[in-house]
Design a protein around this ligand. Structure first.
Ligand code: S3P
Length: 167
């Protein structure tokens, strides 16, 4: 809604890091859909996946995305898989200015390879998993995006300036 900014992109693209700082600069209230789900359930994302499977997590995610995208003046960092559902994509498109933080699978892998908090990365070959996810999801990120910003090599400050200039 009014003045809100929504960040989409794969795990490791920098949605939370950039989102927090951009929110401060633009005086918007920062929300991270994963953190909202964790606050409401009282457990971590990996635990939700363990107890309810990915399907259960996606149900919770849809509910939270619908609520948050209705709020004015927020900066919303979304979970990387939120674009998978058509309902979510509609909510994201009408919820504010959507920015796709884009990076290659190799760049994303370098950032998240030691992070255990992402259930979808607990595979034999996480780099290949990231490549597959990117292939499936990139069309959706591009579909919902008003702006595409590369986050592969740049420092956070450079990315922030670039977004600021483009808004
Ligand atoms: C997911 C990304 C995660 C989190 C969950 C599923 C995905 O969020 O929502 O582990 O499907 O890509 P981040 O993109 O913030 O890591």
């Amino acid at each position: 809604m009014q003045n809100s900014i929504i960040l989409v992109g794969l795990m490791g693209a920098g949605k939370s890091t950039i989102g927090r700082q951009l929110a401060r600069r633009l005086n918007l209230t920062f929300y991270d859909s994963d953190r909202v789900i964790e606050e409401r359930t009282g457990v971590s994302i990996p635990t939700i996946f363990e107890l309810e499977g990915e399907a259960g997590f996606r149900e919770r995610e849809e509910q939270v995305i619908a609520e948050l995208t209705a709020l004015p003046d927020i900066l919303l960092a979304t979970g990387g898989g939120s674009v998978l559902r058509e309902t979510n994509r509609q909510h994201l498109k009408t919820g504010g200015c959507v920015i796709y933080l884009r990076a290659s699978a190799d760049q994303l892998f370098q950032r998240i390879k030691h992070d255990r908090s992402r259930p979808l990365m607990q595979t034999e070959n996480p780099l290949q998993t990231l490549r597959n996810l990117l292939k499936t999801r990139e069309p959706y990120y591009l579909e919902v995006a008003d702006l595409v910003v590369p986050t592969g090599k740049q420092k956070v400050n450079v990315i922030l300036r670039e977004i600021h200039n483009k808004l």
